[in-house]
Design a protein around this ligand. Structure first.
Ligand code: HEC
Length: 314
């Protein structure tokens, strides 16, 4: 080993480390760097003074105590860290937004260590960015989810235990082998839970010493079947569930109807009769002659299922 080289490297490193601690801001830190500052044994921050400036995509999100928002920021395809944001900046912290922000590690609500975001420090770089595919997991995995902490996961084939959300910010789902708590926004209070079996997407976090899933999205377990049906009926040549194409993203369509009790009927009517003027200048052709009534109904229900994305982000 070349000693002179390694010692000059060491001096360089020391200078860099001193400059970091003097300014107190680690610009362009990676999310992995920030994760390393959380003690794996206790879950508490090792360093609460350095301001980390990070860039990543927002995945799960819920409103929590004190009118704050708890969300997760991830590098695409890798583990993220929780964020705690005040209401003032929360509008930029919605799932699929790619953001740059600055914060210090603090112990947040329910013992979750999070990067407490400095007010006014959030820059929106891009919307609609995917954060990588979900790793499917069953209920029993949540006994100890430490190996997937901070990762985007789908909890597959579960049903909600209560018929309505109660505003506590928690909901219980059951699947083969037990139950898991889902952490979600209390604004869902009094809404009916999704009907039937669902896959719940989100990020495992340890809340008050227990593994729960901070929710990002609910999709019916029939999602793939519906998507195949949509492909067969050429919907996917103009639409994508998540991204605007010739036609609007189904996620945006569902969000705009999220409080409309007649939403499914209206969406089914659009498929039958077509129409324009709501999303742009290009109209949608009528497809009633090609798409049978049962399929229209199924597609309308599937599209409306994407409303949970918007409701969970409230
Ligand atoms: C040739 C392109 C094209 C095809 C094929 C197509 N759409 Fe559309 N769709 C559009 C456009 C454009 C709009 C926006 C119309 C507007 O601005 O009101 C739209 C709007 C919609 C809406 C939103 C209605 C609303 O009230 O907001 C739904 C739902 C929808 N399409 C479903 C479907 C389904 C399901 C299929 C397949 C059976 C399909 N579309 C096939 C282009 C298409």
């Amino acid at each position: 080993m070349d000693m002179s080289k390694s010692s000059s490297l060491w001096i360089w490193f020391k200078c860099w480390a001193v400059s970091v601690s003097l300014t107190g801001t680690l610009l362009g830190a990676s999310i992995e760097d920030v994760r390393k500052q959380i003690d794996p044994a206790t879950g508490k921050p090792k360093d609460s003074t350095t301001s980390f400036s990070v860039t990543g995509v927002v995945s799960a999100r819920a409103t929590v105590e004190g009118n704050q928002v708890l969300a997760v920021i991830q590098p695409v395809g890798a583990a993220g860290v929780p964020l705690l944001i005040s209401a003032a900046d929360a509008a930029k912290i919605i799932p699929r937004n790619d953001v740059t922000l600055t914060g210090t590690l603090q112990e947040g609500p329910h013992g979750v260590t999070a990067l407490k975001v400095k007010e006014g420090s959030v820059t929106l770089n891009q919307t609609n960015k995917a954060f990588g595919s979900a790793e499917p997991r069953g209920v029993s995995f949540f006994q100890d989810a430490s190996s997937l902490e901070g990762r985007y996961v789908s909890l597959t084939n579960v049903t909600f235990v209560a018929p309505k959300f109660d505003g506590s910010g928690l909901a219980k789902v059951k699947g083969e082998g037990g139950e898991v708590l889902i952490w979600l926004t209390p604004t869902l209070k009094d809404r009916d839970v999704p009907a039937g079996a669902v896959n719940v997407f989100g990020v495992p976090v340890k809340r008050d010493g227990q593994w729960v899933l901070l929710a990002a999205r609910f999709l019916s377990v029939n999602n793939r079947t519906a998507q195949t049906l949509a492909t067969k009926h050429t919907c996917m040549t103009c639409h994508n569930p998540d991204i605007k194409a010739v036609g609007p993203a189904y996620r945006d369509v569902a969000a705009s109807y999220r409080n409309d009790p007649d939403a499914v009927a209206k969406l089914a009517a659009q498929i039958e009769k077509g129409g324009g003027g709501k999303w742009g200048v290009v109209p949608m052709p009528p497809l009633g002659a090609k798409v049978p009534v049962d399929d229209r109904q199924q597609l309308a229900q599937w599209i409306y299922g994407y409303r949970w994305d918007a409701l969970l982000a409230e």
